[in-house]
Design a protein around this ligand. Structure first.
Ligand SMILES: CC(=O)SCCNC(=O)CCNC(=O)[C@H](O)C(C)(C)COP(=O)(O)OP(=O)(O)OC[C@H]1O[C@@H](n2cnc3c(N)ncnc32)[C@H](O)[C@@H]1OP(=O)(O)O
Length: 206
């Protein structure tokens, strides 16, 4: 672990990530990289360069990808791994993590999240504010659960899936990779084909 933390992306998601890192309190300094040249400060923290320059910082900084888009987050994460960067896992102190829960590198768990026992979360995931994951869930890599998502017991979510704000998944459901759930969708049957699903019960629209 390094003394400094660099967050790639200084927009909304990056700022929430920085806020969690500040609350964890392990780093002497926290800075951003961002491609908006006019952004010199975000949330009171310095923006020290653009996002293509992360290789310059890997010796002195832990690096975290603070970008909400699953595909972009995956690409940058994979490059960081290739160049040997130190990538932390960020868990908000006001989340509740049960026994035998595994959380992958580069994943952020936000305030108010509750994860019950024996759940596994892959790398590079976002478990957004106030989501709940009950027992024995399995989330593959680069999944984003938006704020207020609720997963019942023994749910499996395939990689790169994005579950919209307030969506709900019944127990014992499997959702294939690259699935998008719209805001407020309720999933009561397995989703076996990637696509966009909305409504109650959730139906494919794209
Ligand atoms: C901290 C954060 O902010 S994390 C980010 C959280 N963000 C979210 O959760 C967003 C989730 N995204 C959605 O729900 C989106 O609306 C999507 C992905 C389902 C669809 O987006 P788009 O493809 O752009 O669809 P678009 O907005 O054009 O809507 C198409 C139609 O579907 C309807 N629709 C869109 N989303 C939903 C939804 N979640 N439930 C029901 N109907 C919906 C629209 O009203 C519209 O209907 P119409 O044709 O009768 O006017």
């Amino acid at each position: 672990m390094n003394k400094n933390l660099l967050i790639i992306g200084a927009s909304g998601h990056g700022k929430v990530v920085a806020d969690i890192a500040l609350k964890i309190g392990k780093w002497d300094s926290i800075s951003f990289l961002d491609d908006n040249k006019n952004k010199k400060i975000s949330m009171g923290l310095n923006v020290i360069g653009n996002t293509t320059r992360f290789v310059d910082y890997i010796k002195e900084y832990d690096i975290f990808v603070g970008i909400g888009n699953n595909k972009i987050r995956r690409e940058i994460y994979n490059t960081l791994k290739q160049i040997g960067a130190s990538i932390p896992t960020l868990i908000h102190p006001n989340s509740v993590i049960g026994s035998d829960v595994k959380v992958g590198e580069g994943t952020v768990i936000m305030a108010g999240v509750i994860i019950n026992c024996c759940t596994t979360i892959g790398k590079g995931c976002i478990i957004n504010t106030g989501s709940t994951l009950d027992h024995d869930n399995e989330l593959e890599n680069f999944v984003h659960l938006s704020p207020g998502v609720h997963l019942a017991g023994s749910v499996k979510i395939g990689s790169d899936s994005w579950l919209g704000v307030g969506s709900v998944v019944k127990n014992n459901i499997e959702i294939v990779e690259n699935t998008t759930l719209g805001a407020g969708a309720v999933v009561v049957k397995d989703i076996n084909e990637a696509g966009v699903y909305i409504g109650i019960p959730a139906r494919r629209v794209k």
